[in-house]
Design a binder for this molecule. Structure first.
Ligand code: UD1
Length: 456
């Protein structure tokens, strides 16, 4: 994948995408147009699904991000041929006809910092009868356990053996359909069940499933491959296992997390950003919050334009599973809320520890208080597991430059946007992590008029 970005639309030429440290001079609104491609949270899973086919799959709108590179190399060590389709930027052809087992060390070396490898379990068990999954990375937010995944795999008949550097799975009797009730509508565990059940013998009933748009898009991919999957009311998914699947040809759903991030950047910096590729339907909940906070948006056929409609107002939001307000949206929103007039409240209910990034915002002058045990504000829409962390943000506060080390993907994005909102100079290090989820991040910033230099 590219390491040097040469975007024809980029004023001033090229920006190194491999930068780790940038110096930002803030206080300038971000304005212009950026394009979002396929969703990281679908593309990486659709790539894994290609393992299940007997013929090659073609996936369009694949972003050039490091999570895609990790999945690509993991597929390659298992014998899947992955090629860019010539003349079509962002299109991958994935040919699983030479699938073979890989050595533990090889898998380990390619697993990177992503959590996606856990989703290789079902497809590899079907294809090879065994799988090795290295210890998982991913953003350090809460514990991010994999117990739902392993419980579900055992129900399908997999034998799970924990080893010092990962887990080894086998399916001596093959995999059978199962009745699975998730303790929480986990996105990853739902995908695990889908990717395993489509080729298991018999019917699988999944209760309390996640129903995020990216999951619906994965179901569409699997249906194209020959799977039989129906979605019933109340988070129930039924999968009738089939004996064989073929390749798919699919254009990935757009990345609503990236779209929301640029929207918040427009609100925070008092800019005006057209997010090409963003669509209204999948962003209804986010758009409601933009409206409540005093933002304006215009829906176009090819994207959505975001800007302030006047002074920003405080809001109270609670992160939730779909169709609620997504947990990945709260970090960039909080940067915008530092500029709203009054006290905003954000409750994080999906992860137990996702406000660590606010320390850096406070260092930059924001007035944010994290309440580790939450605030008493009445009953919640979805019952949950003692995850009651809340943050109160009181604004508007002028932000000033600071030296920040980026902790994770969404937190890191927010730090960069905060630095662009702030007066003065900031040095932001470890920004490479942002490339896990944001394609051509620095080129896009440059395109929007951000004032920064790469220093390392
Ligand atoms: C996916 C998304 C991520 C998003 C999240 C929630 C990808 C690559 N990432 O992550 O951007 O923030 O959904 O929408 O698609 N849990 C357990 N046990 C498990 C699995 C999960 O307790 O076995 C808990 C997690 O700790 C967390 C909650 O369930 O508190 C939700 O996690 P989950 O929906 O699984 O998130 P991911 O699939 O990892």
């Amino acid at each position: 994948m590219n390491t040097l970005l040469n975007d024809a639309n980029t004023p001033g030429g090229m920006v190194e995408d491999t930068a780790e440290i940038i110096k930002i001079r803030g206080g300038r609104p971000l304005s212009g147009r950026v394009e979002v491609k396929g969703a990281k949270n679908l593309v990486t899973k659709a790539m894994v699904a290609a393992l299940l086919g007997e013929t090659a799959s073609v996936l369009h709108d694949v972003p050039d991000i490091s999570d895609v590179a990790v999945v690509r190399s993991l597929l390659e060590v298992h014998g899947v041929r992955v090629d860019e389709v010539e003349g079509e930027e962002g299109t991958l052809r994935l040919d699983p006809s030479g699938v073979e087992s890989a050595h533990m060390e090889e898998i380990d070396a390619h697993a990177g910092a992503s959590r996606i490898p856990i989703l290789f379990c079902g497809p590899l068990l079907h294809r090879l009868g065994q799988a090795f999954i290295p210890d998982l990375g991913g953003c350090r937010i809460g514990d991010r356990p994999i117990d739902f995944h392993l419980d579900a795999l055992r129900k399908f008949g997999a034998v799970v053996e924990k080893q010092p550097n990962g887990i080894r799975l086998s399916a001596p009797q093959g995999l059978r359909g199962a009745n699975i009730h998730l303790p929480y509508p986990s996105v990853g565990a739902t995908e695990q069940v889908l990717l395993t059940a489509v080729r298991a013998k018999g019917v699988t009933e999944l209760k309390n499933a996640a129903i995020e748009p990216e999951i619906m898009d994965l179901i569409a991919v699997l249906q194209k491959m020959g799977a039989i999957i129906s979605y019933e009311p109340n988070r129930v998914i039924l999968i009738e296992g089939v004996d064989a699947l073929r390749g798919y040809d699919h254009r990935a759903i757009f990345d609503r997390n990236e779209a929301a991030s640029w929207a918040c950047a427009a609100l925070a910096t008092d800019g005006d950003i057209f997010v090409g590729g963003a669509k209204q339907q999948e962003m209804l909940t986010f758009l409601n919050v933009v409206r409540k906070v005093g933002g304006e948006f215009d829906i176009h056929e090819d994207g959505i334009r975001f800007r302030r409609g006047g002074a920003l107002r405080p809001v109270s939001v609670e992160t939730d599973v779909h169709p609620g307000f997504m947990t990945d949206w709260q970090q960039p929103l909080i940067v915008a809320l530092t500029q709203a007039h009054g006290e905003s409240i954000v409750h994080e209910t999906v992860y137990e520890n996702r406000f660590g990034f606010t320390d850096a915002l406070v260092k930059m002058g924001a007035n944010i208080v994290v309440h580790p045990h939450g605030l008493q504000d009445g009953p919640r829409r979805v019952p949950r597991r003692n995850l009651e962390q809340a943050a109160t943000i009181t604004g508007p506060t002028p932000l000033h430059g600071a030296d920040i080390v980026v902790p994770d993907l969404r937190g890191g994005y927010s730090h960069v946007i905060a630095a662009l909102t702030a007066e003065g100079e900031s040095t932001i290090s470890n920004i490479g992590i942002i490339s896990r989820g944001y394609e051509k991040f620095l080129s896009k910033l440059q395109l929007l008029g951000a004032d920064f230099d790469i220093v390392g």
